[in-house]
Design a protein around this ligand. Sequence first.
Ligand code: BGC
Length: 792
Amino acid sequence: MFFALGMGALIMVGCTAADKVTKNILNQEEVMAKMSLEDKAHFVIGTGMAGFSGDDAVIGATKNLVPGAAGTTYPLDSLGIPAIVLADGPAGLRIDATREGDSATYYCTHFPIGTLLASTWNTQLVEEVGQAIGEEVKEYGADVLLAPALNIMRNPLCGRNFEYYSEDPVVAGKTASAYIKGVQKNDVGTSIKHFAANNQETNRMNTDAHISQRALREIYLKGFEIAIKESKPWTVMTSYNYINGIYTSESKDLVQTILRDEWGYEGTVMTDWFGGKDGAKQMWAGNDMLQPGKKEQFDSIVAGVKSGKLDEADLDRNVQRILNLVEKSPRFQGYQYSNKPDLKTHAAITRQSAAEGMVLMKNGQGGEQSSNEKALPFKENVKNVALYGCTSYDFIAGGTGSGNVNHAYVVSLLDGLKNGGYTVSDELKTAYEKYIDDSKEAQKKAIEEMAKKDKQAAMLARFMPGTLPAEKQFSTEELTAQAEASDIAIITIGRISGEFLDRKAADFNLNTSERLLIQQVCDVYHKAGKQVVVLLNIGGVIETASWKDMPDAILCAWQAGQEGGNSVVDVLSGKQSPSGKFTMSWPVNFTDAYSSRNFPIDQDPKIDMLNQGQKGNVRNVDYTDYEEDIYVGYRYFDSFEVPVSYPFGFGLSYTTFEYSDAKIAQKNDIYDVTVTVKNTGSQEGKEVVELYISAPDNKAANKPAKELKAFAKTKLLKPGESQTLTLSITAADLASFDEAASAWVVAEGEYQFLVGASSQDIKATLTANAKSQTTKANDVMKPQAPINLLKR
Ligand code: BGC
């Protein structure tokens, strides 16, 4: 049966036997036959971005579909092809909250940042969060969410680490996979990004990542491989950078040979916004869609086909893949969205998920200055809380840039404590609120002044992380009086980061005002017999080694979304026992991470919105040598025995766990490791169990001392309760990438299977043998010149 649906005569309505749901089916052959070369060239680029795309932008036609969305595909009305809406991602849907001439609001739930979600190590929970985000995508009329983002946290200072999951590809891949499955349960799409090696923001559109084939395969592509194979995202977004001299969006080796031929990906590939330079080359490579589209790209594609530089069949193939995407979209399927997602339920989901990803770093473990007594959860007698640190009052929900969400509210720590029935010092509140208002006013004025001189710079400044005020200081007398009037002190240390900018080295360290505040509050409160908790409201790792002895407890709350204050109080009060663990190492000094030798520290960010710059020759700005090779994060610290402040996989609980009965069973190519975890403390809690492998003769073979291969989390265990977990891996998971053979190779011999509570807290060591195994891969994406690689 054919049915017009107001979109022309090319839509067929049928009934698929599988789901018995009426489905609009697109007659692709007929559509393709009717498309002119110009139609095709339009169709493979987006509809432009106001003020950025040149005269050809048709943004007027589509910008009102869902205002504030990042872009749309190109509509071909006469052929019945609607524009579908692409919107950011990843901490929630990013669209405008208000619309001109419309009194309704379109707020979206601000969920926790990606780093926090990964820190839950709870893929089921991540899937639930994804499902809730997907419902907002669908009910607000968007079709594809531009998320998740899963670049490797190569260095602590990458400005977008907050969006990313981990320094480890298995954690990143499994977390992304769960997120994608959750979102796509709503029959909307995702765009896994940024493919690949978008590991710095400095000069992000023109920087060339020089990476060995092995590190690419084992570290930078592995997470994508896991997520793409497991969860089939509707789209993949290529990154801005070059890898080994070729833009990722212009790399057939990446987008066709590896992604499609080796991994079997069947979806659509799009660029990041204004990414890549040569439209015709991008088409040839199989980067199907160029977003948000520029006139030059259109011209280059049309000219390419006319001159024979671009085979029209390549263009047709890309057109077809975009048609597949459009066909699946809610908009094409005629979904009647409500503009009324279930925000109330989602607020509860974000609150609960955020609490689960917080990491308890210290709790009365002594140290030179802190007490041995556990400060958390708050004892019965804790009623009055003295709250320090600007961010306690102005909680940071997430990072800035495209990863931001236009939320209706953010529950600050102040509000969270009040909601939890605690009393907060009014005197401190009044003083802080005035201090914060004055500082915001000063920032606003500075941007207004900037706008008078340079409109675009001012627009960018609004999009970028602002600066947080220096911490307010108090006299000893003031602090003494406050300590007397309260039962406990909390100091929040905040950090804001975001797109376009890498963090500065100074941002890793505490500044003088923060250090003084911690020191003075700890001194005075400890003298008064009161405890101090430091809360970290941050999006990336900071320095802790020099001050962690001072407070009695430290909780990393990350940037926990719009319910952040409530989530923190759920943990502080003991309503929810913390069960998050770090998905990255916390170096003692920022320079301890080997990658810091090859990272743009405090460099000019070189922001280039439209990719008009040229490839220069400044080290770490125009190109970056990934000299640490595969030794990223704990693969470096643990293999080279470099001390860290907190290891990968670390996180405390209010209770304690005992591991027993660790066993390994090997059947054919599957290794099943089982371990029983018992809650031996007096509070409920969940435990994350990590499975690492250590290859035979790993040092001689230049392999890491250990590599995470699987993880699992217990259910909520009551005191005395046990659970047996099974962690399974396959023989193929034991492989390393052998460049000389262009293959994944499993070395024959005895492997250690390490069952750990962190990368440095191994509870059981098991062994099993593996036979040698070789799986050929394509010899592609080679560095153009040798890199001075770190070896064990
Ligand atoms: C970001 C992407 C984002 C896109 C659309 C780019 O600047 O890198 O992550 O999806 O903008 O907003």
